[in-house]
Design a protein around this ligand. Structure first.
Ligand code: PFF
Length: 459
């Protein structure tokens, strides 16, 4: 197999960790995790989520990266190459197609929410430059959602930013941005946690997040927690396979680097929870049932109350937009890499633009489902889809079904199809017992767990 990828290579192990962490850490940690915890009973959800990361997420993350590093191409061509070399069924290439489709779907609403963060950064910037202070946060958020033109505008800006980076290839500029801006976001999050302590409600927040009420665990909670574990680790849609294809081989232990990525990602989600819930409780909002508006309704309350709140607001939403940006590029990269391989590398820009355009148009469905079509919902109580609007349905299909299904197939592929020799060669640093444990987890444990959760929801 080739030693390098035609799309370029990460310049160091550190660069891979930063890029993969950049992909993993995003809206999923700071926007989605807190509100899912809020909607699904707090501690029970968090516990299942952590379990899914450890038992299912981490092994599949290792598998994805190593398949990519072995094949060195876009997911589809990597899988073609491996199945050809090993004489196995070409059907496995479907994992690549499923992943690219999931990426375009996820990007469609990810970009809409990325647009919300840009809008908020803009609001705080205007205020800082002397504009009127933000009004009641709930009203500000509601007025954004009810305005399709405004949503479409910011959705377009966010999508263009994403396209620009992917079109240029993963440039030094981005590598540098990730290096400085991600730590800055972490510092800001820590400051918000400190602020959370000053509200005196940290203990209540921790209780909500970490004391599991097992009676709250049902099929829906299990599926949301598992979907979120895949979503937050950028798993199951061949993103990490693509990033693995650009990872040098020499002396880099995949399990070690991806463990750093997973730990960073999980810590940031938990910190986001500890930053947000004290504020929610202290300002008299209900920690349960916050929905997708949770951070937009709660954090501005704190920014209003604290000294230099406007600066914090600008920094927070600005950095959140950047965290979302380093994730959204990784949603577009697998499909772009494939098209570029097919149509010629010099047509990378056009490929990125084409896929982003498709995703942007699909995103308009999400935009409209927030206002003009807000009444278009699946009747309540039908099944897991009951009460969902169009944006919810796209999210559900992609995050909760396609990602776990993709992950399940990737685990089976790495466990049963990929030869033991290739697997061992990619994981040569692992002690034998750990290697065997991982292989059997990929063969049996992870697929079974994913299957059990998927089946009991569909049935
Ligand atoms: N992991 C990103 C987040 O938590 O915001 C979202 C994401 C990026 C999901 C890339 C899937 C993916 F392939």
């Amino acid at each position: 197999m080739d030693k390098t990828s035609i799309h370029g290579m990460w310049s160091s192990r550190m660069m891979f960790v930063l890029a993969a962490a950049g992909s993993a850490v995003g809206l999923g940690n700071i926007w989605r995790f807190p509100y899912l915890a809020s909607d699904n009973g707090g501690g029970a959800f968090v516990l299942v989520y952590l379990g899914c990361i450890a038992v299912v997420g981490l092994p599949i993350l290792i598998a994805e990266v190593l398949i990519g590093r072995h094949g060195r191409m876009s997911p589809i061509n990597t899988l073609r190459k491996i199945t050809r070399d090993q004489g196995s069924s070409r059907g496995w290439v479907g994992i690549g197609w499923l992943g690219i489709a999931a990426g375009i779907l996820i990007l469609s609403f990810y970009s809409v929410v990325g647009g919300w963060t840009l809008h908020y950064a803009w609001l705080y910037l205007k205020q800082l430059l002397g504009g009127a202070p933000l009004g009641d946060p709930a009203l500000v958020f509601q007025s954004l959602l009810s305005n399709p033109l405004e949503l479409t505008f910011w959705h377009a800006v966010f999508m263009l930013l994403t396209t620009a980076v992917v079109a240029l290839g993963v440039e030094k500029g981005l590598e540098r941005a990730v290096r400085y801006l991600m730590p800055a976001l972490l510092v800001l999050l820590l400051l918000l946690v400190v602020y959370g302590f000053t509200t005196g409600r940290m203990a209540d927040a921790a209780t909500f997040l970490f004391r599991p009420d097992f009676s709250r665990i049902n099929g829906g909670v299990l599926l949301s927690a598992m979907g979120q574990a895949f979503f937050t680790l950028s798993l199951g849609m061949a993103t990490m396979m693509t990033y693995g294809a650009y990872l040098p081989r020499d002396g880099i232990s995949i399990p070690r680097v991806v463990t750093v990525v997973a730990l960073t990602d999980t810590s940031i989600a938990l910190l986001a929870g500890l930053a947000i819930f004290p504020i929610v409780i202290a300002f008299g909002l209900d920690p349960a049932g916050g929905g997708p508006g949770l951070i937009f309704n709660s954090l501005p309350l704190a920014f209003k109350a604290m000294p230099f709140g406007t600066v914090y607001g600008l920094l927070f939403f600005g950095l959140l937009a950047i965290a979302a940006w380093t994730s959204s590029i990784s949603l577009l990269e697998p499909g772009t890499a494939y098209l570029a391989e097919k149509r010629g590398l010099q047509r990378r820009k056009g490929s990125a633009l084409l896929l982003a355009g498709i995703s942007w148009v699909i995103g308009l469905l999400s935009v409209l489902s927030l206002n003009v079509w807000s009444d278009v919902k699946v009747p309540a109580g039908i099944n897991v889809l009951g009460g969902k609007n169009i944006m919810d349905i796209v999210e559900f299909l992609a995050n909760d079904l396609m990602l776990p299904l993709g992950g399940l197939l990737i685990a089976l592929f790495a466990g049963w199809v990929l030869s033991r020799t290739v697997l061992r060669e990619q994981l040569s640093e692992m002690p034998e017992w750990l290697f065997n444990t991982l292989r059997w987890t990929l063969r049996i444990v992870a697929p079974l767990l994913v299957l059990v959760v998927l089946v009991q929801v569909v049935s």
